[in-house]
Design a protein around this ligand. Structure first.
Ligand SMILES: Cc1cc2nc3c(=O)[nH]c(=O)nc-3n(C[C@H](O)[C@H](O)[C@H](O)COP(=O)(O)OP(=O)(O)OC[C@H]3O[C@@H](n4cnc5c(N)ncnc54)[C@H](O)[C@@H]3O)c2cc1C
Length: 394
């Protein structure tokens, strides 16, 4: 095989691209090439450092604790060959702060439920029903995916079964909360992690809320050594299987001839900006649907896809302040948990203010990467505030 011919080309070396790469290399025995535009691989799992001692993550602060033996755990262990060591976050892994109210979230579903019931005894039944509902919706999602992956005959029955909870899954988080709970404080508490899925209650679907809320019900973990350990482990497995990740190479277009995918045209982002062609009968884009259809497949497939995608509005953007600290944050009582700090209970209203532009954000997420890993060289903090992309567009 010549240098630029592969069985599969994957565009993007984030967790999505690397999962596909490792599964195809390990199970399918494919020769895989991963193209990454950034000089640093790993997508949102990458880290950066300053002064040799301060490390920060760009997109992983915690991951929901996976159940031993679950499908997710098995897949992750398989593609990383069990090389990622996960540290437990503190038992109270998230703390929500509101005017006059602090609420710590325990790493145990029943403990969490009971804490809420103690605080809002008059809404006890609704709280119990909420936990049942988020589970129902998470199962609905598995059915939804299964329907797309199975032959139409089987898919038809899965769809029929799934209809029961469809309306629940597809209502907005805000609508669900309003119908289910009387207390606006309780409604706000339960959506405090909305930053994890990027849209406040009025505009997010109860489906994505349920998936994330369920994901963290057993608490959370963080990779020992930082988020970049995820890529390192996956890459060493991929290399062992004969795959390769090339960085600083931006895919420009997918080559399609005679209605068949032939490869990718890419440009080197370092040095002389040479255009190169890589060939493979299978190309997987892990760069997001919009970019895939509006750039990589521009004028190559029906406009319908691009038009459909244009209807989608983006989520909130994040502005992050990365801090290198002189002293141990434990001196202020921090143990490695995340803090969600809100100046108001109304999340929808908070997101309209865009107050970060005045230098006084109304809400933020605070996390300490150095407290989540052993023997860090320096202590660090990350403060994220959500804002609208429009503010920076110009
Ligand atoms: C601020 C922030 C905080 C987050 N915190 C958490 C958290 O605590 N826990 C959690 O589980 N999730 C968190 N997430 C979400 C999580 O990081 C992402 O969902 C996940 O990493 C996305 O992986 P991906 O592979 O789909 O995309 P990405 O990681 O974005 O990877 C896509 C890759 O494609 C590359 N690419 C794009 N275009 C091209 C091209 N033309 N040619 C070549 N390469 C290209 C990009 O450079 C990138 O490396 C957070 C996200 C953000 C933004």
């Amino acid at each position: 095989m010549s240098d630029n011919k592969y069985d599969v080309i994957i565009i993007g070396s984030g967790i999505g691209g690397m999962t596909a790469a490792n599964l195809l290399a390990k199970i399918g025995k494919k020769k895989v090439l991963v193209l990454e535009q950034h000089w640093e691989p790993g997508g949102l799992t990458h880290e950066f450092k300053r002064k040799g001692k301060f490390h920060w993550d760009v997109g992983i602060h915690y991951v929901g604790k996976l159940q031993p033996g679950s499908l997710d755990t098995q897949v992750l262990d398989f593609i990383s060959e069990g090389e990622i060591k996960w540290n437990d976050m503190p038992y109270m892994y998230d703390v929500f702060h509101y005017p006059g109210l602090d609420f710590s979230v325990p790493s145990d579903k029943d403990d969490y439920k009971n804490k809420l019931i103690t605080l809002f005894p008059e809404e006890s039944n609704s709280i119990k029903q909420y936990f049942k509902d988020i589970n129902k919706v998470a199962i609905w999602y598995i059915g939804y995916i299964a329907e797309k992956m199975t032959p139409p005959f089987i898919g038809f029955f899965i769809n029929l079964f799934n209809k029961v909870n469809e309306a629940l899954a597809l209502c907005t988080t805000g609508d669900y909360m309003e119908k289910r709970f009387k207390s606006h404080v309780l409604r706000s508490l339960l959506v405090s992690q909305w930053g994890d899925y990027g849209l406040p209650p009025r505009t997010s679907s109860f489906l994505i809320h349920s998936i994330i809320a369920n994901h963290y019900l057993r608490g959370a973990v963080y990779p020992e050594g930082g988020a970049s350990e995820i890529f390192k482990s996956l890459n060493s497995v991929l290399e062992k299987e004969g795959g390769i990740v090339k960085t600083s190479i931006e895919a420009k277009e997918v080559i399609i001839e005679d209605n068949q995918v032939k490869g990718v045209i890419a440009i080197q982002k370092r040095g002389e900006k040479i255009t190169e062609k890589y060939y493979a009968p299978i190309v997987i884009s892990s760069t997001g649907a919009s970019h895939t259809y509006s750039t990589l497949l521009k004028n190559k497939v029906s406009d319908i896809y691009e038009m459909e995608l244009k209807k989608l509005r983006g989520g909130m953007s994040a502005t992050t302040l990365y801090l290198g600290l002189k002293e141990h944050p434990g001196k202020l009582g921090f143990k490695g948990e995340n803090h969600w700090i809100y100046s108001d209970f109304n999340h929808d209203e908070l997101t309209t203010r865009n107050s970060i532009l005045d230098g006084k954000p109304d809400s933020c997420f605070l996390s300490f990467p150095s407290l989540k890993t052993t023997n860090p060289k320096g202590h660090t903090a990350e403060i994220i505030s959500f804002t609208h992309y429009d503010s920076f567009e110009k």
